[in-house]
Write a protein that binds this ligand. Structure first.
Ligand SMILES: NC(=O)C1=CN([C@@H]2O[C@H](COP(=O)(O)OP(=O)(O)OC[C@H]3O[C@@H](n4cnc5c(N)ncnc54)[C@H](O)[C@@H]3O)[C@@H](O)[C@H]2O)[C@@H](O)CC1
Ligand SMILES: [K+]
Length: 509
């Protein structure tokens, strides 16, 4: 599913209005009707007090139109116009008049007004600002937002939590509505998925307001949501007459004294994600534990006892995954330099494999094109430098990806895979996966997909998707706290099964 910028959404609105020969207020009416249907299907006429806080632009217009439809259906409503500007939109004014025609008189909140009381059982509809926010809300409007946030009421935001700009972090983090639920028109918004702004959104859902499908399909967007449907188009079924050679020989390079477990996790994850053969390249201390714990994995134990000083691979592997538990011993660093010179095909680089790079920038030049780097936030900062907000971070990562022609997997609640100009936002996973070794499992999985012939970008997005799904399945058995990297690993098979199972189609009444 594509993620559109504000500019693209306005374009889609305009295009739809022209093509379908409707007026802008008809589109607003559609939006408001969808909002009403969502609310009505849940409340079914329950007597609850609904307080609508409406701005003076089109987001406020949506709120006003919704208020009218709620009133027509005998809901108890109170409408507040938050009068933050004289520049009222045409469709807002039209819907204000329509509301007055129904004998509903909104109260107008200005900078010196006392805010209305909000009871814990009320429902607040937040229609202050939509995607048109382009500067910080005035202090009194911000204070109203804080007041709404401090209430115990359920807050339903129209399109986007008010106060969140579409293109940058908020000017003041306390001047943003914290939404229990966001009903967003037609397309998801990037801010729902970024760590600094996703915190304002508990749950979100898309309402289809009938924007032109052809326009939406054709548009080129900077970001995309990775979902099951898309991954199914990437998935490579295993042919009957295949053999283990068909699925490649992956080499996992890593480990040092006390950190052999990282290689254990990555190698097992690599096998369980479908690689034909897996060899672990480790220092001597890794030989016995790996041979004992994972009989399916071949082990190449190099000369030193406690760390790798030689990463020579005596055959041509399909793919190399490197870095987990490696340490940063001087000789390990130099061995890594040689490995990078040796390998010409895309690699997967994680953990210490990444930590080595910023101190040895010359190594970055040796990273094969289309390699996949999987940094967590600290590792990422070392690679691209600090950022002031998530948007700057994404810009920096895109620039880095373009410069070095590599794929970067920004790990987080919604992992974003970046390749050149574009970001792919993952939708699986849960907070239970923030646990030791989770990243080693991911590296093993992505390495396995490359071994099986997936092109690197697909290996990264599909690997991230499956890893999250395996984590979700693990968490459903054990809960977040008890989920471990082994728990994720054990569910890779279940994740594949779940992913490939035909989904039940929801039958509408
Ligand atoms: N035809 C359409 O374009 C549709 C628009 N829709 C709604 O329209 C919204 C966008 O509406 P608008 O573009 O009118 O913008 P908003 O309603 O988001 O914002 C209101 C206006 O206030 C001004 N403004 C921005 N920041 C401000 C600030 N900090 N203080 C004071 N004034 C500020 C801007 O001029 C902006 O246009 C969407 O989020 C959606 O809810 C929906 O009705 C669907 C159809
Ligand atoms: K809003």
């Amino acid at each position: 599913m594509k993620i559109f910028s504000a500019h693209q959404i306005y374009e889609a609105d305009k295009f739809t209005i022209e093509k379908q020969q409707i007026s802008s207020d008809e589109l607003m009416e559609r939006a408001a009707t969808k909002l009403f249907e969502w609310i009505h299907s849940r409340l079914r006429g329950t007597s609850v007090n609904i307080q609508l806080f409406c701005g003076i632009g089109n987001n406020g217009g949506d709120g006003m139109a919704l208020a009218r439809i709620l009133k027509e259906n005998e809901y108890a409503i109170q409408v507040h116009v938050v009068n933050y500007s004289e520049k009222r939109s045409k469709d807002f004014l039209l819907n204000l008049e329509r509301l007055k025609d129904r004998k509903v008189w909104p109260d107008f909140i200005n900078s010196d007004s006392t805010f209305p009381e909000i009871a814990p059982n009320d429902i607040v509809v937040d229609a202050l600002f939509g995607i048109g926010l382009n500067r910080s809300p005035d202090t009194w409007v911000g204070n109203l937002m804080k007041y709404i946030n401090a209430s115990k009421a359920f807050v339903l935001s129209v399109d986007i939590p008010s106060g969140l700009p579409m293109h940058r972090g908020p000017w003041d983090p306390s001047f943003v509505i914290r939404a229990n639920y966001v009903l967003s028109f037609q397309v998801p918004k990037l801010v729902f998925f970024l760590p600094q702004t996703g915190i304002y959104v508990d749950q979100w859902e898309i309402l289809d307001i009938g924007l032109d499908k052809e326009f939406l399909n054709k548009a080129d967007t900077d970001f995309e949501l990775i979902d099951r449907e898309q991954m199914l188009s990437v998935y490579k079924p295993r042919p009957k007459f295949s053999h283990k050679g068909t699925y490649g020989h992956a080499v996992i390079v890593g480990g040092s004294y006390g950190k052999i477990g990282a290689v254990h996790l990555a190698s097992r994850a690599c096998l369980q994600s479908g690689a034909g053969l897996v060899t672990a390249l480790v220092p001597q201390c890794g030989y016995l534990p790996l041979q004992t714990a994972v009989p399916e994995v071949m082990v190449l134990a190099k000369d030193r006892e406690k760390e790798l000083s030689n990463m020579e691979i005596p055959f041509k592997p399909t793919v190399v995954g490197v870095g987990m538990g490696l340490g940063v011993h001087e000789e390990t660093v130099s061995a890594m330099g040689s490995l990078l010179k040796e390998v010409k095909s895309p690699m997967v680089i994680d953990a210490d494999g990444l930590n080595i790079m910023p101190k040895h920038p010359e190594m970055l030049q040796e990273v094969p094109e289309l390699s996949i780097l999987t940094p967590h936030p600290k590792e990422l900062e070392r690679l691209v430098g600090p950022w002031k907000d998530d948007f700057e971070k994404l810009d920096k990562v895109k620039a880095f990806s373009q410069k070095h022609h590599v794929i970067i997997v920004i790990k987080g609640a919604h992992t974003i895979t970046v390749f050149e100009e574009k970001g792919y936002v993952n939708t699986t996973g849960n907070p239970g996966m923030a646990t030791a070794g989770s990243g080693d499992v991911l590296t093993g999985m992505i390495t396995a997909l490359i071994a099986q012939g997936y092109e690197p970008l697909h290996a990264a997005t599909f690997g991230v998707y499956l890893h999250g799904l395996a984590g979700d399945m693990g968490a459903s058995q054990k809960g977040y706290e008890a989920l471990t990297a082994s728990g994720i690993l054990e569910n890779i098979g279940n994740a594949y099964l779940n992913f490939l199972r035909p989904q039940e189609v929801e039958v509408k009444e």
